[in-house]
Ligand binder design. Structure first.
Ligand SMILES: Cc1ncc(COP(=O)(O)O)c(C=O)c1O
Length: 456
C-alpha cells in the first residue's frame, strides 16, 4: 500500500534507501484526527521523508535566505494545517496574516477553478472585468467602513512590497509636481517594516535588513512612533514628499500607534504638503476588527494613500495601492506599470475576499474572537509575570511581549512540537495572526498548548 500511494505535489518521492512515502491528501481523514496536544513530537529527523526531501531536494537547490525547521507543509483546511509526516497543527500564523478566510476556503477554490477556465491573464494593455470590479469595490467599501473618506482610485499589483513601491513612487511624483526636484524625501518610523525591494527597504529602518544592501535610496529619515516632536524635527515643506507608517506595526513587535499622534501627523503632513501613507498590508482588511486599522480613527487622521496585500488574496499573490484624487492628479499614463497586477484571477479572488470580510457578522465575530484571545493571553501573562511583560495589539493582530531573558524561539519550537504554529515579531514578542474566522475550539486548543509550552 505504502508503495503505491506515493505522491507529493507531483513528485514521486523515491529517495534512496527509504520506502516510498505514503501520503494521504484527504483533508477529511486528517481533520478527524485529534491534534497532538501535549504529546511532544520532535521535528522530523534526517531519516524521515521530510528530512530526506529537505536535505536532498530542497537545500542543495534553494537560495539560502531563510532559516526553517524540518517541516514540509502539504495541505490545510480552515485553521488546521498538515505536514508531510501527516501531523496536524493548529495554525495561528495564517501564512503571516494572509489566509484570512482559512486554508482551502471553498469560495476561493471555486473562483480559482471557474476563472482559470475563463481568463487568467490578459495584461494591462486591456481592461478586464474583475480588476475594475475590485477597484470600485475597494473604494466603495472603504467609504462604507469609515476608511479613507476621500479614497478615489486603486492601482493593483502582486504583493505588499510592490504596493509600497507604487506608494513611494506616487508620493515622489506628487512631491516633484508641488516642489520640484528637492521635494523627494520620506519620513518613516523606527520598528516599521515595509518590504525588501530597494525602495521599500529604504523606508524599513532595520540595520539587519538594510546594512548588507547599502547604499539605499537617499533622503529617508526615521522618526519615533507616537512622538510628534521627532517628526517635527525632520519634516520640511521643501523636501518631504511622503510619510509612511503602519497604523499598527506588525513585524516590529505588534505596536499600536496612538490616534492622537496620527491626527497630529496628518496635520503636519497637511502643513508641509506631504502625502501620508498608511501601510495596512498586515493590519488591514479586517485584521484589526474593522475593515481598516484606520477605520478606528477619526477622519482627521485619514491618509492620502493606503497600501494592502496579504489578506486580499487569501494566499493568492495580490497587492493594491489606494489613493485620493489629489494623488491621482499628479500621475500620468506611463508613470508606473506591472505585467501581472490586476490579472482577472487574482482580482476576482480579491473581490470575493473583500465581500466576505465586509459581510456581517464577519467583522463582529473577529472582535469576539479577539476578546477570547486577549482574555486568555492576559490570564497567561498574569500567571507568568516574571516571563511576560504585556499583551498587545488589536483584533486578531495580537502579541505577547516577553522579558528580554526569555528565548521566544524556544517557545515557538516547543509549540510546534506540540502541534501549534506561531511566529515571532520584534521586541521579543510572540505574534498571533490566525485566520480571521478561526473556530473558537482552535483558539482554546492552541492557547492551551501555548500555556503548556510557556510553563515548560
Ligand atoms: C506592514 C508590511 N508591509 C509590507 C510588507 C511586505 O509585503 P510582501 O511580503 O507581500 O511583499 C509586509 C510583509 O510582511 C508587512 O507586514
Amino acid at each position: 500500500m505504502l508503495r503505491n500511494l506515493a505522491r507529493f505535489t507531483g513528485y514521486n518521492l523515491r529517495l534512496k534507501g527509504l520506502p516510498v512515502v505514503a501520503y494521504n491528501y484527504s483533508t477529511t481523514s486528517g481533520a478527524a484526527k485529534k491534534p497532538k496536544v501535549f504529546q511532544e513530537v520532535s521535528d522530523a529527523s534526517e531519516e524521515t521523508h521530510t528530512g530526506q526531501f529537505i536535505d536532498k531536494v530542497v537545500k542543495p537547490y534553494t537560495v539560502t535566505t531563510y532559516a526553517r525547521p524540518n517541516l514540509v507543509l502539504t495541505h490545510g483546511k480552515g485553521s488546521y494545517i498538515y505536514d508531510l509526516e501527516n501531523r496536524k497543527y493548529i495554525d495561528f500564523t495564517a501564512g503571516i496574516a494572509v489566509t484570512c478566510l482559512g486554508h482551502s476556503n471553498e469560495g476561493v477554490t471555486e473562483i480559482l477553478k471557474d476563472q482559470s477556465e475563463k481568463l487568467i491573464h490578459c495584461s494591462n494593455l486591456y481592461y478586464n472585468l474583475p480588476a475594475g470590479e475590485l477597484a470600485s469595490k475597494l473604494i466603495h467599501k472603504t467609504k462604507e467602513h469609515n476608511g479613507m473618506h476621500d479614497a478615489s482610485r486603486v492601482f493593483l499589483c502582486n504583493s505588499g512590497t510592490e504596493a509600497n513601491e507604487a506608494a513611494l513612487k506616487f508620493a515622489r511624483k506628487y512631491g516633484k509636481s508641488k516642489g520640484g526636484d528637492p521635494k523627494v524625501e520620506f519620513i518613516t518610523f523606527a520598528n516599521s517594516f515595509h518590504g525588501r525591494s530597494m525602495g521599500a527597504l529604504s523606508v524599513t529602518p532595520n540595520p539587519k535588513y538594510q546594512a548588507p544592501f547599502a547604499p539605499l535610496i537617499g533622503g529617508v529619515q526615521a522618526a519615533e512612533p507616537n512622538n510628534i516632536e521627532s517628526v517635527e524635527k525632520l519634516i520640511s515643506s521643501e523636501k518631504t514628499c511622503g510619510v509612511i507608517i503602519e497604523p499598527i506595526q506588525g513585524e516590529g513587535g505588534v505596536n499600536l500607534i496612538d490616534e492622537a499622534f496620527l491626527v497630529k501627523l496628518r496635520a503636519l503632513c497637511n502643513k508641509h504638503d506631504a502625502l501620508l501613507i498608511y501601510d495596512e498590508i498586515q493590519c488591514g482588511l479586517g485584521r484589526s476588527g474593522k475593515l481598516w486599522a484606520h477605520s478606528h480613527l477619526s477622519q482627521e487622521a485619514h491618509p492620502d494613500i493606503v497600501t494592502m496585500a496579504k489578506a486580499l488574496g487569501n494566499g493568492f499573490p495580490i497587492g493594491a495601492t489606494m489613493i485620493t484624487e489629489k494623488v491621482e492628479s499628479a500621475l500620468s499614463v506611463g508613470d508606473h506599470g506591472t505585467t501581472y497586477g490586476g490579472n482577472p484571477l487574482g482580482a476576482r479572488i480579491g473581490s470575493f475576499v473583500v465581500d466576505e470580510i465586509t459581510k456581517e457578522p464577519f467583522l463582529h465575530n473577529i472582535n469576539e474572537k479577539s476578546e477570547k484571545f486577549v482574555t486568555k493571553l492576559n490570564e497567561i501573562a498574569k500567571a507568568h509575570p516574571d516571563k511576560i511583560l504585556k499583551v498587545k495589539g488589536k483584533g486578531l493582530l495580537l502579541g505577547l511581549q516577553f522579558a528580554e531573558n526569555v528565548d521566544i524561539n524556544k517557545i515557538v519550537e516547543k509549540c510546534r512540537e506540540n502541534g501549534l504554529l506561531i511566529i515571532t515579531a520584534g521586541m521579543n514578542t510572540i505574534r498571533f495572526v490566525p485566520a480571521l474566522n478561526i473556530p473558537d475550539q482552535a483558539i482554546d486548543e492552541g492557547l492551551a498548548i501555548l500555556e503548556h509550552c510557556i510553563e515548560q
